[in-house]
Design a protein around this ligand. Sequence first.
Ligand SMILES: *Cc1c(COP(=O)(O)O)cnc(C)c1O
Length: 373
Amino acid sequence: MSQDFIPVNTPLLDGNEAAYLAECVRTGWISSEGPFIKRFEQGMAETAGRRHGVAVTNGSVALDIAVHALGLEPGSEVIIPTFTIISCAAAVVRAGLVPVGVDCDPATWNMTIEGVEAALTPRTRAIMLVHIYGLPVDLAPILDLARKHDLKVIEDAAEMHGQTYRGAPCGSFGDVSTFSFYPNKHVTTGEGGMILTDDDALAERLASLRNLCFLPQQRFIHEELGWNARMTNLQAALGVAQIERLPRTVEIKHRIGRLYDEHLESVAGIRRPVPRTNYADNIYWVYGIVLDDDVPFDAKEAMQRLAKKGIGTRPYFWCMHEQPVLRRMGYMLDESHPHGERIARRGFYLPSGLALTEAEIARSAQALKEILA
Ligand SMILES: *Cc1c(COP(=O)(O)O)cnc(C)c1O
């Protein structure tokens, strides 16, 4: 990568990360049996006010195991946002369940209560809430509906470490809530994930599913098929150091959002992220924009033009109801979700990593202005 290319993400690892990793190497605790695992699980549970944390290898497998652990009857429907990552739909399908999509709000890019109500059928058994890009889902009305219809709630908080909804932490709202620790997430372990719950029995089941469902009393006999999704002590060591700096991380993210807003305030042709709603301030996991309809090119072309100016970007998610793999399997065939379809084609995000400098933000914003001029 050339010196002046600004990558879409660069993590910050200048706290206790190196010291804790060195401790793993010095003590020989590098497998999933080391002491940092428990510390990291407890630390994450604490940040979201939950009783239990179960560390796993990534956020996608966290969803796989979380959905599977709910034990829903095969063929049951699970409501998901269509505008999300494939991991959400894959977890539902792999558990033998049927994904039913909901469109997103055109301003917050999150699923809405109106969408969930329209997707509800007598076969619905669960709702997967996925907070997108910086603002949480407006949860209260959806959680009310879930209670009324006795639906399980899976909360994917992968992009929301340190974010709150009406003052309560994201990651505290699902029967199971999941996180990812991929390098662009607010807490990273390189690769990694976590499942949180308050239910003691469910926590035990999640831990067993993560560890191949070994029977505690007889190790190599199995009543059920599980995963080897064990996180290593090395990853957890990074995670413990990353949690220590989470409040600072949240501050940096807010600052990045504010700076981009200042630079782009008067720029025509784009929709910027909503800075706040009555339930949350934007945490700017990424700084995403959507091109207005009168801009004569789409996100793909905009990203190519920015790349030529040395600016790294990422496209938005591509809707689940437009995924070839899901359609081939017969899922979501009759769905159409105009807001999601539109932002998938006209949205992308600018460099948003924690190590981004003010000068890099200014340069990225300037490049965007130039391609729109
Ligand atoms: C990153 C992400 C995931 C997947 O996490 P991985 O650790 O990359 O597998 C799942 N859901 C959402 C909303 C994400 O942003």
